[in-house]
Write a protein that binds this ligand. Structure first.
Ligand code: PLP
Length: 376
């Protein structure tokens, strides 16, 4: 039997919702389901209804967020330890992603390293909630204030998490979420931007619909603009009613079903694996974080052996992430970032999704400890 690293948790309820859109509504584009999903997401975060804008992927959310506040040729500071989406989003907006080193204990952007990379063209910083946690969020905002930068939070891992009791996305400059198949909630594919900046909101609403002015407002009234103008580049980045229908069901399941299970499983991992030889856990906060992934560090060059052993035992693992500054398009390793490069040799992501049971996690934990300590 294989234990999967991650999994979409969808079933009859999501199927019914999609079928309702197909059979009863028949309008598959961006219509009433999307408008409702946005209102419900805003309600969940505790922000005004029109401060949440849905798009077709998390990457589109990041792309539009960068395009909203950054001029072509400007630079965006991004931690190298992230999904390639963060870097590609900056490039897509004509900006230059500048890879920064990370903090060893949490894997998040290191503001001291970022400070060395400030130039006259630096316009924004994009901190990433690594494994759903961003312990130095306040320091990042202080840094941004000092240098006059916009902050685009890559909160793809952090839906449903809090910082000092406040929901991620309910404060901050521009906050981007992903609802892809394996994230904390899914809409099949999807993303959302939360911000209180009215200029950014206006840009997002038009840019996701090819730049057609005020089309979002018309669709809210169940109509469409036929006599419109376009003044800037736009994209086909809107969310469809089918995706929103899935997302609405997932949002209802999140607090009672997905969040507690993710927390429970990661707490079992933490209890089993803390203070064990050859393994170091990343910092987290069991009260505020709903973990999307569970990466650990395997020390003393033992990672690859452990990884193949787990594979043989039917346990899938991953590596989040290959540092972006090592990828050809983003510099091919010309710049050296010592902390993230060291972490890259140690990272191992263990299975985490709401269909796993505590006993599965205990079994995985036992296998890891036995293999690392050579006891069988
Ligand atoms: C998933 C993810 C994204 C992109 O989201 P998509 O919805 O897959 O486009 C961006 N950043 C990080 C850190 C992610 O994990």
């Amino acid at each position: 039997m294989t234990i999967r690293l991650s999994k979409s948790i969808v079933g009859a309820l999501e199927a019914e919702a999609v079928s309702r859109v197909i059979v009863e509504d028949g309008y598959l584009g961006m219509g009433s389901e999307v408008i409702s999903f946005e209102a419900e997401l805003a309600g969940y975060l505790g922000i005004p209804e029109d401060h949440a804008v849905c798009v077709n992927t998390g990457t589109s959310a990041l792309h539009l967020a960068v395009a909203a506040v950054v001029k072509p040729g400007d630079e965006v500071l991004i931690p190298s330890l992230t999904y390639a989406a963060s870097f590609q989003a900056a490039i897509a907006a004509g900006a230059e992603p500048v890879a920064c080193d990370v903090l060893e204990e949490s894997g998040v952007i290191d503001p001291d390293d970022a400070a060395k990379r400030i130039t006259s063209r630096t316009a924004a910083i994009m901190p990433v909630y690594y494994a759903s946690y961003l312990p130095n969020l306040e320091r990042v905002y202080e840094f941004a204030r000092e240098h006059g930068l916009r902050v685009i939070e890559d909160a793809a891992h952090a839906f449903g998490c809090t910082f000092k009791g406040r929901k991620i996305g309910s404060f901050g400059d521009i906050v981007c979420f992903s609802f892809d198949g394996i994230k904390n909630i899914t809409s099949g594919e999807g993303g959302m931007i939360a911000t209180r900046d009215e200029n950014v909101l206006k840009y997002l609403r038009d840019a996701r619909l090819l730049g057609v002015e005020r089309d979002t407002e018309m669709r809210r009234q169940g109509r469409r603009s036929w006599e419109f103008d376009i003044k800037q580049i736009g994209y086909r980045y809107h969310m469809s009613n089918l995706m929103a229908a899935i997302g609405r069901v997932q949002l209802k399941r999140f607090d009672n079903e997905f969040a507690p299970k993710r927390k429970l499983l990661s707490n079992v991992y933490r209890k089993m694996l803390s203070d064990k030889p050859f393994i170091t856990l990343f910092q987290s906060d069991s009260l505020e974080v709903v973990p999307h992934i569970f990466p650990v560090r395997i020390l003393d060059g033992k990672r690859d052996d452990l990884r193949s052993y787990l594979e043989e035992q039917g346990v899938q693992t991953g590596i989040h992430y290959k540092p972006n500054h090592l990828l050809t398009l983003f510099g091919g390793g010309e710049e050296r970032l010592p902390v993230v490069e060291k972490l890259y040799g140690e990272l191992l992501t263990l299975p985490l999704h709401p269909e796993l049971q505590a006993e599965d996690v205990e079994r995985i934990g036992d296998m890891i400890i036995r293999r690392l300590t050579g006891k069988s």
